[in-house]
Design a protein around this ligand. Structure first.
Ligand code: PEP
Ligand code: MN
Length: 342
């Protein structure tokens, strides 16, 4: 990884380092950091002669060689120096709360617009909402692009940035055109490397972040981090890691809750961890305690399903969304746990 002396390389300098690494069968990927750009060497970065030629350039501050399989996500990566701010919140300094419906009902836009107001009042800084839905059964509601219009209106009304899942490149392009603030990659696509590469690459020159859910079958934390590495290696290091439960599910739960993996992730990576107790537990009555646990485990925040009237929601909302009172209380308590631990 090449760390320049200035905040970025000029096109001429980039051309020169590219020529050097190509002599050794490698490629350069520019990574747009919050404060300066860094330049990952894709391929075997261990060539001594390549290292010597790069370090000899007067505009190169240093060339880091990180042994870890996920060299950009690793705690020792230069990216760990970034100060990350999302939705006006400095990550790690204040907790980040994302809330909103599982699925935006395009036939009932007022439900989402009212939910957005409630999310704002609860103190959450971002609004989530499903536009296109990955459903287990092909007969279930699959989503509708019109839902994005509803969310855009909700963003205009409340000022809350949006979190929207994309499942393919067509949806990705629509979401980028709409300046969706955070692109969600769901558990089912967490190992879809083509999609990960496309999302990382196409969102890199924008201001969009990526919320990467942990794959349900992704038992190994390293596999989770490797998936996130794909996003950074494709150019976008604005990544949130989202544990959301795994298989096999616990009796009575939707998944096997995995908020506790936060501690392990925090030892390995600088990337913020935003847990999703709504999907990990799958029951509204279990979500508040799991939220507090996530914060206690060291998560940077949580993503919760919430709805102005959960019974009228579609998708997961009737079983797992919090209502207005539950959301406000849960976030207030989560903030208390946050303050208590700091
Ligand atoms: C969701 O966020 O509504 C969702 C479908 O998430 P997951 O991919 O975690 O199931
Ligand atoms: Mn859901």
């Amino acid at each position: 990884m090449i760390i320049p002396r200035e905040d970025r390389l000029t096109p001429e300098q980039l051309g020169e380092v590219t020529n050097i690494v190509e002599d050794f069968g490698c490629r350069i990927q520019e990574i747009v950091g919050a404060h300066r750009n860094i330049y990952a060497i894709l391929g075997d970065e261990g060539h001594e002669l390549m290292f010597n030629r790069l370090i000899g350039l007067d505009y190169v501050d240093r060339v880091d060689h990180i042994e870890s399989a996920y060299r950009l996500l690793d705690k020792d990566s230069e990216l760990a120096q970034q100060k990350l701010v999302l939705g006006g919140t400095a990550l790690g300094i204040d907790p980040l709360f994302i809330a909103g419906p599982c699925t935006v009902d395009p036939e009932e836009p007022n439900l989402t617009l009212e939910t957005a107001e409630m999310v704002k009042e609860s103190g959450a800084q971002l609004l989530r909402g499903g536009v296109w839905k990955p459903r287990t059964m092909p007969y279930s509601y699959q989503g509708d692009s019109r839902a994005l219009e509803v969310l855009i209106t909700a963003r205009e009304n409340t000022g809350l940035p949006l979190v929207v899942e994309v499942m393919d490149e067509q949806q990705l392009q629509i979401a980028l055109d709409a300046k969706v603030d955070v692109l969600q990659i769901g558990t089912r696509n967490a190992l879809n490397y083509s999609l990960l590469k496309a999302v990382g690459k196409l969102s890199a020159p924008t201001e969009s972040w990526i919320l990467l859910k942990r794959g349900r079958h992704m038992a190994e934390p390293d596999e989770f981090l490797a998936a996130a590495e794909y996003l950074a290696a494709a150019g976008n290091p604005r990544i949130l890691l989202c544990p959301r439960g795994t298989t096999p599910k616990l009796d009575g739960y939707r998944n096997h809750p995995d908020e506790s993996i936060t501690q392990l992730l925090k030892e390995k990576t600088w990337a913020p961890v935003i847990c999703d107790p709504s999907h990990s537990t799958g029951r509204a009555s279990y979500v508040p305690a799991a939220t507090l646990a996530a914060i206690a485990y060291g998560a940077d925040g949580v993503c919760l399903e919430a709805h102005i009237d959960p019974r009228r929601g579609i998708g997961d909302d009737p079983k797992q969304a919090l209502d207005q009172k539950e959301l406000a209380l849960t976030l207030r308590r989560a903030k208390s746990v946050w303050d208590l631990l700091r």
